[in-house]
Design a protein around this ligand. Sequence first.
Ligand code: ADP
Ligand code: MG
Length: 697
Amino acid sequence: MQTPRPGARGARVTLEMPVQFLKGVGERRAESLHRLGIRTAADLLYHVPHRYEDASTVTPIKEVEPGMDVTVMGRVISKGVLPTRKGLRIFQAVVEDRSGMLEVSWPGQSFLDRSINKGDLLLLSGPCRFYHGRQLQPREYVNLGSGADEDGGRVLSVYPVTEGLGVRQFRALLDQHLEGLLLLVEEFLPDTLRASVPVLPLAEALRRVHQPESVKAAMQGRERLAFDELFMMHVLHRRANAVARVPRHGITFTVRRTLTRQLADALPFALTAAQKRAIREISDDMCSSQRMHRLLQGDVGSGKTIVALFAAMLAMENGYQAALMVPTELLAEQHARSIGRLLQPLGLDPVLLVGGLGAAARRAAEAKLAAAEPLLAVGTHALITSRSAFGRLGLAMVDEQHRFGVEQRAALGAKGESPDVLLMSATPIPRSLALTVYGDLDVSTLDERPPGRKPVTTAVRPASARDKVLSFVSSQVAQGRQAYIVYPVIEESEKTDLKAATTMHAQLAEGPFKAHRVALLHGKVPAEERDDIMRRFRDGEIDILVATTVIEVGIDVANATVMLIEHPERFGLSQLHQLRGRVGRGAEESFCILLGSVGHDAYERLRLFASTEDGFEIARADLRLRGMGDLFGAQQSGAPAFRVADPVRDEALNVKAREAAVAILGEDANLGKATHAALRRVLGQRYARALELFRVG
Ligand code: ADP
Ligand code: MG
């Protein structure tokens, strides 16, 4: 028996309707649409082009030269599949526009012979090479079909598409439904707000995004959609924050100048101006009656620990306990040791609490925490497991905070009465963006490095230089130094030809590094063994550590002077920066070598990285090049994903969105007014849990 299909027989189409109920969408096509994240009719409407092309953006074929990266439009005049000596089959076509002809080549994609035909008009983008003449190797192409017209003067919307659903089919589907769906679109921004930004009405914006008359019109449409995303996120963050803060007044600390003064006097170095500023900001927060909720961000080596230590002393001189949570046992031990040294003149010793403690030691540590005596506890998530109760926690600090889930961070903050919260991060991001990602978290930034840190020499080397690079590593080890070698994956797979840590460890240990002590470290090595390997590396019992990015966080081995990274193009710049931060910690000159033959764009990216050690500049470049997702990993952001907006590129719009959110909540904190009913409804539709926030108060 067939289930009735809403929409099939004149039933009403709605925006929430599953996309397979739209006319022209069968089971198979629905599957393809799902792969693109399109589940409802509204998703279809919001699946916006990622690029626009018009006569002004394509290059006449005559002007294309080897070495250029171009977009051209041409009609197929011949085509065929060529076998090569190596057994690779190449699909080739010759395309023509008014100015000339060009050979186009798709190595290994002989299947295209079935879908690209003589007479089809193609839009192609990619690099042009010299191979018996000019040859374009498209990164991307759109088949406009044989009926399409080169100079319809139209702007072409290029959509992200997927297997089983080409651009042409997608556009046909959209053309069929656009008008109908636009009628259902509801304007949810109050008129006054819309006029003050200003942005286009929603339906008009969506129309322009899909069927623009000019690229400029498309951009105006896009701006409205981007504004909506940014605005709603600010509204949610602000509201979430207000709700979280209202019932929870914080502890009001007082600067007593006992422990804080003693720490200042005992420091073996002078604080940087940035550290002083951060300490002042934090102590102002702690001395107010509001609960502190602050992010301390600063590049690797900028000296965050000492700032955290001042906060801890302030809590302790007020009779409270402080806790510092870090992601690994090894880091916890490292911190406990270095903090112990700094606190020794004060006669204080941090309490270490990690999972690996013996039963007796653990009980002793837990007993100290449970007593209401002032102390500083340093540990892993063992600090938040239910058995460890704090007698009087006043300050909860989380280092490398992005390594923890939102719930784990919240769990530490939920211990004790209502402790002040300080999050720490080594991935500095621009302030406007921090506000976007963290909402109303206050931010302190260490934008200055302590003096005396040596620069790390960074070099990009092609694969052909491999032997030389490896013998350089050997020579460093021969001088008594240590090295890291990092690979993007643990094991080799048939899908890629990436070198993998496991296989390379075997090869290197048997071959070029036979004379050295080489160990392997990756995420699948059990945690205890991992910590053991790191301890041996720290103690100089291992010369070379072959690893994945597990070593990215916080490892501090001053004698390590080489960071060799293979397939560097597989890493984000911020990640490379973290890896580089593992060397240059001692007195000897250090090196970061990026080894691999990479494409033009990747090379430019790596060169930029090699040219600076400024974490802010690198984070910015990373964001520009790779977008938000990579930097914040899903677990970190907790922020709704942006489909259209890019808080970096849309910085000015983001500022306006934030102002608009502040204004609207200032006037109507619960969005209860009739003029805000539509906004409230849309928030609830887009962000499942949003409405809970507006039920309170
Ligand atoms: P991170 O911000 O990466 O956590 P740390 O707090 O671990 O940095 O500090 C890095 C190193 O710099 C430590 O050895 C620390 O003792 C040292 N340091 C911190 N502040 C200063 C300063 N003002 N002058 C000199 N050295 C400092
Ligand atoms: Mg640190």
